[in-house]
Design a protein around this ligand. Structure first.
Ligand code: 26V
Length: 824
């Protein structure tokens, strides 16, 4: 029946993209009147924003429906990307630009006396993610649409995304982000696409017919509804439009009438409140312990809804499930959706009657898993009692799978008891816990790291034993970034220049960017490049003046570190070096100091004490340094509040120097590093994550590498590292640390940073002291490079030209060919 209906659906010629500004202006006016319900004379800027989006959205919808239909008819394999985070940012510019309608819409709005840039500012950031992992998911969605992979992203439609950060008295304050306040013109609510999700209750074993086959029936004690909200994801030139499907939770019974009628008006809303909590808020921690029950509920809620949806789609098209692994690749973005492995097993076995062994084979062929961090505190595990209480049937399946895996490992005769206990899905020492990384690993045919170094370390550390058992599963897929958002949209000046120099081919074939390399020493090009950079720096200077009241000189070297605040990312190393530089500038006024502005930005997890203290320290140091006349403006420090995707789009293009200074071995990849280099900044960084591969691409002469390697860090830690000795042998470091520790930057509370600095003297897990001298010396080398301005820009242009490989199109093609088995 369904196929008969579907075959009647026609491919409609999509609305044209090459309208004139006048025609588009008329459409916008019509949308303003009939879809927003306003006349131009009373329309607010928000109304114009809504009408403009709706006018362009119609064109997207046509292409969206055609993309879906085409994948259906070709019986193409679909990719399902399961992620608890999608850090999308604003969508309007992305959509207009990918459809090639930016100029038309700008002119159309001019005809209506509306400024596109003004209304664009009103669009809130969709901040449904914490940092790198969530932004990568957003870049991947755009690249999948661009390279032609039929795909669906699945996640949660958080009402409150990432918190808004304000800085008050130098300290981070967290405020709720209400991105849906003015509605969301991009999404389509699909009430009809809803699924029941169960929690708790018990499992009953039922004998089937002849008494031989046992079937399990899970009887949950609680239910919520997952309702789909779809957002179209437009690929470059609008050739393909995919779907981001986010689940919102709703009560099955919005009001418990029995309770209400009995006078219990609060109790009557119990279900409603419980359901509401599930999709209310994003956990604002990245690589930091969450551990709460609500988090596990969120993980199961979106995993179960997504899998029910996937199976329903598959069944309606193919009428059976055994072909699932050939027609669906389900990707686990970190372990957050790892419970999907046992949910698919439950659905196949308990609901669809497939035998355990066959279900397990299908599951492994369907799933793939990406690991995004090796930090022990970010490796998820759930207490067995909690897991069992919320998901009793899944707990049984975990045990059953575990028994098989351990049997298999023992049968090889290659594993001792220690190794067996590390392979187990259950951690047995101390509190018993379900290890989600191990579950994702055994349930997937592919496990990948996100940079070459990170993948090697995965094999040597967290997954060493599982890798020995399944040596063919771990592979590397170095991260990438979408050049549409991170070059074409955010840096029109540089994009225009590149186009003038090498022609427009790189817009469609990003590898062609390499042709820019030969312009690196072309005097005229270098001058234009420097001028474009200056415009971007002026724009940032203006934003800093507006938001911070700090005046900065656009001709100074703009040195930027923007990312989540975390000890391993070492914002502390950066600010300590700034203090040392401050001291040097004051002690040696006779030297030719390079004028520098050090920008910082980033959010700390609300419960992460040291990260918040580091934000405070940066602001305290800024207050003293920026006001000190003896510095003569040679050093300025600016902490930009509320770092998010939109602020990144202003800061990346304005950077001269990109700070990528994590303790080697700790940053899985980094993607900000790629965005900066693509926008013509030089990197100062350690040999960590993707920095290693960036050095290979841009060449040693065009990057500033310093510090211990990952191997050296491991050796120093193993051999009894003594930070105190290191500090005592470095006069600059000693001086800077004692200034901070003694209250030079916190005179009203001299002890504010004592413990933080004592931590460096006493343990220094993140090797701040060990890397300090090397870092400071490399900063002075950067000064020397900067002083020879044409040389600096030549290096910067080499960086731009050689970043083509770091496009997420390349990454997605590798996933498609080597993991998902999808043709691109
Ligand atoms: C862990 C947890 C633990 C519990 C609470 C919530 C939560 C949220 C996220 C995470 C894992 C974060 C891992 C992560 O963001 N990794 C980053 O992934 C980037 C994309 O692969 C990569 O570039 C960064 O180096 C890596 O830190």
């Amino acid at each position: 029946m369904t196929s008969a209906i579907k075959s009647k659906a026609k491919v409609v010629a999509p609305m044209p993209l090459d309208v004139t500004p006048r025609e588009l202006a008329d459409e916008i006016l019509k949308d303003l009147r009939y879809r927003v319900g306003k006349d131009a004379s009373v329309a607010t800027s928000y109304d114009w924003l809504a009408a403009s989006i709706k006018a362009v959205r119609d064109r997207i919808v046509d292409r969206w429906i055609n993309s879906t239909k085409q994948a259906y008819e070709a019986q193409a394999k679909r990719v399902y990307y399961l992620s608890l985070e999608f850090l999308i940012g604003r969508l309007m510019r992305d959509a207009f630009s990918n459809l090639g309608m930016m100029e038309t819409i700008r002119e159309a709005l001019e005809l209506l006396d509306v400024d596109l840039d003004v209304i664009a500012q009103l669009e809130p950031d969709a901040a449904l993610g914490n940092g790198g992992l969530g932004r990568l998911a957003a870049c991947f969605m755009e690249s999948m649409a661009t390279v032609g992979v039929p795909s669906h992203g699945y996640g949660i439609r958080y009402v409150n995304g990432m918190f808004r950060q304000e800085i008050s008295d130098g300290q981070q304050v967290e405020l709720p982000e209400t991105w849906l306040d003015h509605g969301n013109p991009w999404e389509f609510e699909r009430r009809e696409r809803s699924f029941e999700i169960g929690f708790g209750g018990s499992v009953e074993a039922a004998e089937v017919q002849d008494g031989l086959v046992e079937r399990h029936v899970w009887k949950p004690s609680e239910h919520v509804l997952a309702v789909a909200y779809d957002t179209p994801v437009v690929g470059w030139r609008g050739n393909r439009v995919n779907t981001l499907r986010l689940w919102s939770s709703m009560p099955v019974d919005p009001i418990l009438l029995d309770k209400f009628n009995a006078g219990d008006h609060v109790g009557a809303l119990e279900e409603s409140n419980k359901a509401d909590a599930l999709s209310r808020v994003l956990y604002p921690a990245d690589s930091h312990k969450a551990g709460q029950e609500l988090r596990l509920r969120q993980e199961y809620f979106f995993s179960s809804a997504s899998l029910q949806d996937i199976l329903q789609r598959h069944l309606s098209q193919y009428g059976e499930l055994r072909s699932l692994p050939d027609k669906a690749a389900i990707h686990l973005n970190d372990t957050h959706p790892a419970v999907s492995v046992v949910e698919l097993m439950r659905l196949l076995i308990d609901v669809h009657g497939i035998e355990f062994d066959e279900a397990w084979d299908m599951t492994k062929r369907t799933f793939a898993y990406t690991n995004h961090t090796l930090l022990p505190e970010a490796l998820e595990s759930w207490p067995v009692p909690l897991f069992e209480r919320l998901l009793p049937r899944h707990m049984q399946l975990v045990y059953e799978i575990n028994a098989q895996i351990l049997l298999e490992a023992r049968a090889t005769g290659n594993f001792d008891d220690g190794q067996i206990s590390r392979i187990s899905l259950i951690q047995e020492d101390g509190e018993r816990r379900v290890r989600m990384g191990n579950l994702a690993f055994v349930g997937s045919h592919s496990i990948n790291g996100v940079s070459a170094l990170h993948t090697d370390l995965m094999k040597e550390t967290v997954f060493a034993d599982l890798h020995k058992l399944y040596p063919d599963r771990i592979n590397n897929k170095t991260n990438g970034i979408t050049p549409r958002r991170w070059l074409f949209q955010c840096n029109e000046g540089l994009t225009g220049l590149v186009r003038e120099a090498i022609g427009a081919r790189f817009l469609d074939d990003f590898e062609a960017l390499a042709e820019l390399d030969k312009f690196a020493s072309d005097k005229a090009f270098v001058e234009k490049f420097a001028a474009a950079k200056r415009v971007n720096k002026q724009r940032l200077a203006q934003v800093a003046a507006e938001r911070l009241g700090v005046k900065v000189d656009p001709s100074a070297l703009f040195d930027i570190q923007i990312k989540r605040i975390h000890e391993y990312k070492r914002q502390l190393l950066n600010i300590i070096e700034a203090v040392a530089l401050y001291d040097q500038i004051r002690s040696h006024p006779e030297r030719d100091w390079v004028p520098r502005v050090k920008f910082f930005g980033g959010k700390a997890a609300p419960s992460y004490y040291n990260a918040k203290l580091i934000i405070r320290l940066i602001n305290d140091v800024a207050k003293v340094v920026n006001r000190d006349p003896s510095v003569r403006g040679l050093l300025k420090i600016a902490f930009m509040p509320n770092y998010n995707v939109s602020l990144a789009e202003i800061m990346m293009p304005a950077a001269d120097l990109s700070e990528q200074i994590s303790t080697a071995g700790m940053e899985a990849s980094g993607t900000g590093n790629m965005k900066f280099a693509l926008n013509g900044a030089l990197t100062i960084g350690t040999l960590d994550g993707a920095n290693v591969e960036m050095q290979e691409h841009v060449g040693e002469d065009n990057i500033l590498i310093f510090g211990l390697t990952a191997q050296e860090v491991a050796e120093r830690r193993a051999n009894g590292y003594k930070p105190r000795d290191v500090i005592e042998s470095s006069p600059e470091l000693s001086q800077a640390l004692s200034a901070i520790s003694s209250g030079v930057f916190s005179p009203h509370e001299p002890g504010r940073y004592r413990e933080l600095i004592d931590g460096i003297y006493n343990s220094d897990w993140f090797m701040v002291a060990a890397d300090f001298d090397s870092y400071a010396a490399t900063q002075r080398k950067a000064d020397v490079w900067w002083t020879d301005s044409p040389l600096w820009y030549t290096k910067a242009i080499h960086n731009v030209a050689r970043m083509a490989w770091f496009s997420s199109d390349r990454t997605i093609r590798e996933y498609a060919r080597e993991i998902w088995n999808v043709r691109v």
